[in-house]
Each structure stands twice: as C-alpha cells, then as structure tokens.
Unconditional design. Structure first.
Length: 177
C-alpha cells in the first residue's frame, strides 16, 4: 500500500503540473490568435482583385513651378521635411517653410529695409528638395526679411518674403541685386 500511495502522490503532482502547462499553452495560443485576428485585412465582397501594392515608391516631386517657394504649414498639411534649419525664436503658429524643388546653395537670410537687402541674419550652405528652412518670425505685408541663393545652374536669386493682406499665403517679391 505504501508504494501505491507514493505513486498516487507522484501522479497527482504530475497531473497538476501538466494541467498548468496545458492552461499556459492554451492562453498563449488564444492570445496570439486574438492579436492576429485583429490585424487581418478587411474582407472584400466583390469579385474584383485589387492591384498589388508596389514596394518601391516614386520619388516625391515638389509641385511648384519655380526652384524656390515659401508656404505656411496649413498650406502643406502632409509635408514632413527630412531636414529643417530654423531661423528666429518667435513661437508662432504659422512659421513659413522655405522649400526648393532642386538643390540650392549659398543661402543667406537677411533683413530688408526700403525694399533692399540690409543686414545678414543667417547663412545656410545648401538645401535639398524635401528639406526646409523654417522662419520662426511673423511676416508683414511689406517684406522685412529676405532670402538669397544660387540655383543648380549657379544663377543668383534674391527675394523679399511677406504675407498677403488676409495672412493666408506667403508672397515672394524679387529684390534688386
């Protein structure tokens, strides 16, 4: 009888251990099934097959015609620059974003007085497409800040940066060299 009692104790402990292991395995498999079922693609009821998504995306193209443009963030809700250079320290809701559609070099931010270039405020070596210079300043209707740069062909450009009367768009004015 003694050996039978020891055998029953060993078998009981083994049964409890196996029950715990089985419960743990069921819980783990149920959790993974629940998680994977939440992320399945939606069922399409019609017979048409959707085209397969291509892995490669086309390169982003800027949509403005010139080599350089300035926009308010609300005009570009889905644009996230790959690199940003900041000028100014004003905490404004609409800091103008200076963007280019081709690489520009020798960039200079300057103050404008009487429609002409005044003091140099900052220099930036270059700006690539999808990079931005963010001006943390308030724009007025008459340009009081400007930017100059060389385009990919080496031609020098100089603009005064202002806003329109209702503060909905940035206005660029060519400045005399």
């Amino acid at each position: 009888m003694k050996s039978n009692k020891k055998t029953n104790i060993v078998l009981s402990v083994l049964a409890v251990f196996l029950a715990i292991v089985a419960t743990a395995l069921i819980a783990v498999s149920a959790k993974s099934a629940f998680v994977s079922s939440r992320y399945e693609p939606p069922v399409i009821e019609n017979d048409q097959k959707l085209p397969e998504k291509e892995e490669e995306q086309e390169p982003f193209e800027m949509w403005f015609d010139e080599a350089f443009a300035v926009f308010y963030p609300k005009q570009l809700p889905d644009l996230y620059p790959t690199r940003a250079v900041f000028y100014g320290d004003l905490d404004t809701k609409q800091p103008p974003f200076c963007l280019c559609s081709e690489k520009i070099t020798d960039i200079e931010i300057f103050s404008v007085a009487n429609g002409k270039k005044d003091k140099e405020l900052m220099k930036v070596e270059y700006l690539e497409p999808m990079e931005a210079i963010i001006l943390k300043v308030e724009l007025s209707e008459n340009p009081d800040i400007g930017i100059s740069f060389k385009d990919a062909g080496g031609k020098k450009h100089s603009y005064g940066i202002a806003r329109n009367a209702d503060d909905s768009e940035v206005v660029l004015t060519k400045l005399a060299k």
